[in-house]
Design a protein around this ligand. Structure first.
Ligand SMILES: C[S@@+](CC[C@H](N)C(=O)[O-])C[C@H]1O[C@@H](n2cnc3c(N)ncnc32)[C@H](O)[C@@H]1O
Length: 195
């Protein structure tokens, strides 16, 4: 199972030449970031979020199951002189989450619901989770078609009950579909200082 997932993504990333921009949940809310600290870009792909966070001066872990993606992130961060970014091949479903605590976690376009409690637990008190992924109520054929990998209405709002919701966007098909945030929902949550 793990092999077939990594093989699938390795094939996709072998031909990829463009490095993606950061997810909107990060670029539109980056004023919420701390000035320093340890950040994780989980299921980072080609590392659009990780590179953005490293350029902002955070210490960054970029984790993905795909060796090809991680090799490309390593090469790109070296080219950019970002010594504060470490890219690692990691399977989010088999790693020991208890060893890790982050000031910031970003997850974009990756949804394994069973991981949500571990992700929330890995956010330090006062730390932030940025999460953005595809919804079932899409207006375009983007992202996965399997509904298991798509958020139900308001699902993201309730996926991390341990966190205080600081920002939430989910616009469905309401109003002018050429504007706004479509096909995806996003959340910025904060771990309470005392829980
Ligand atoms: C749709 S891509 C999103 C990549 C990136 N976060 C972005 O927004 O551009 C999904 C990513 O999840 C990674 N992935 C899938 N299963 C994984 C797992 N169990 N552990 C870590 N990464 C995984 C894939 O290799 C792929 O890079």
């Amino acid at each position: 199972m793990t092999t077939s997932i990594s093989e699938k993504w390795n094939r996709i990333y072998t031909t990829a030449t463009e490095f993606p921009p950061p997810a909107r949940v990060l670029s539109e809310n980056d004023y919420l970031l701390p000035a320093s600290g340890l950040a994780l870009d989980l299921a980072c792909g080609l590392g659009g979020n990780a590179l953005y966070l490293a350029e902002k001066g955070l210490q960054v872990q970029a984790w993905d199951i795909s060796q090809v993606a991680i090799d490309k992130v390593r090469k790109k961060s070296q080219q950019l002189g970002l010594r504060n970014l470490e890219a690692r091949i990691m399977n989010a479903e088999s790693l020991d989450w208890r060893q890790w605590q982050f000031d910031v976690i970003i997850v974009s376009r990756f949804l394994v619901r069973s991981l949500c409690p571990m992700i929330a637990a890995a956010v330090k008190p006062g730390g932030l989770l940025f999460y953005q992924t595809f919804v079932r109520e899409k207006i375009a054929e983007v992202g996965p078609s399997n509904p298991d990998y798509l958020l139900k209405e308001n699902e993201l709002l309730h996926l991390f009950p341990e966190l205080i919701v600081r920002v939430y966007r989910e616009e469905g098909r309401v109003g002018d579909p050429s504007r706004g945030l479509r096909n995806e929902a996003y959340l910025v949550g904060q771990k309470p200082l005392c829980s």
